[in-house]
Design a protein around this ligand. Structure first.
Ligand code: UDP
Length: 239
């Protein structure tokens, strides 16, 4: 397979991915590596959009468990994703690339609003578009935002970055005999309750026939490899 297997991709990065060796916030070394990999892919002619989570800073559900109102907690979680997105934009630009953050909640002094046509224009011009603030609604996740944006911008694939090499039949962190699936269907992911993304995100991908590839972001170089079409990670499709 060639480097141009995909024309346009959407990469979902969790906030946790940015933690690296730190307990809270962003590890600049990890951020720079990811930004470098994103630019590496882009230089091969692939248009790259990203959705970034906020779990390294705040999650609404966690804040609610600590006593905060859930909707307020989700607002804080969404703002956390904006911070991560700004950090990624900065890292990409410091490496000589161009990036634009578009937020689902209006925060104009800081970044652009999410406007689909504008996002697609940025992509065509070779800018990395970073979608922030999830869907803009409480009770959703950035996985659902990734599914939504991938479908909206007509991405060829949604690439979900995780800490493991793909989807397994049981938790590979707990069970050393866990088996990795090379391919899977959305129906099996849902029926077996495989821990990939929340069900809302999976159903959106299934109903809109958006292919999903799950890969290990902690393995340096796996993101460009998965875009090249190497046999790593797990590919989820309708059939
Ligand atoms: N969030 C939200 N609506 C969205 C996306 C995110 O309210 O559409 C909030 C929610 O509180 C979530 C937090 O933002 O916990 C951070 O996002 P997420 O947990 O998906 O981040 P990740 O796990 O990918 O780091």
């Amino acid at each position: 397979m060639t480097a141009t297997r995909y024309k346009r991709i959407l990469v979902k990065l969790s906030g946790e991915a940015l933690l690296g060796s730190t307990d809270f916030g962003i590890d600049p070394v990890v951020l720079r590596r990811i930004a470098g990999e994103v630019l590496e892919i882009q230089k091969t002619g692939v248009q790259v959009a990203c959705v970034i989570g906020g779990g390294n800073i705040f999650r609404g559900a966690g804040l609610a468990r600590a006593g905060l109102d859930r909707v307020t907690g989700d607002h804080m979680g969404m703002l956390a994703t904006v911070m991560n997105a700004l950090a990624m934009q900065d890292a990409i630009e410091s490496l000589g690339g161009q990036a634009r953050v578009q937020s689902a909640v209006r925060i104009n002094q800081v970044c652009e609003d999410y406007i689909r046509r504008r996002a697609m224009r940025h992509l065509e011009k070779g800018r990395v578009v970073i979608f922030a603030a999830g869907t803009g609604n409480p009770f959703f996740t950035t996985d659902s935002a990734a599914a939504l944006r991938a479908i909206e911008i007509n991405a060829d694939v949604l690439l979900k970055a995780t800490k493991v090499n793909g989807i397994y039949d049981s938790d590979p962190m707990k069970n050393p005999a866990a088996k990795r699936y090379a391919t899977l269907t959305y129906d099996k992911v849902l029926a077996d309750r495989l821990n990939v993304m929340d069900a809302t995100a999976i159903v959106m991908c299934r109903d809109n026939r958006m292919p999903l590839t799950v890969f290990n972001l902690n393995n340096a170089g796996d993101l460009p490899r998965v875009v090249r079409g190497d046999d790593i990670g797990t590919i989820v499709t309708n059939e």
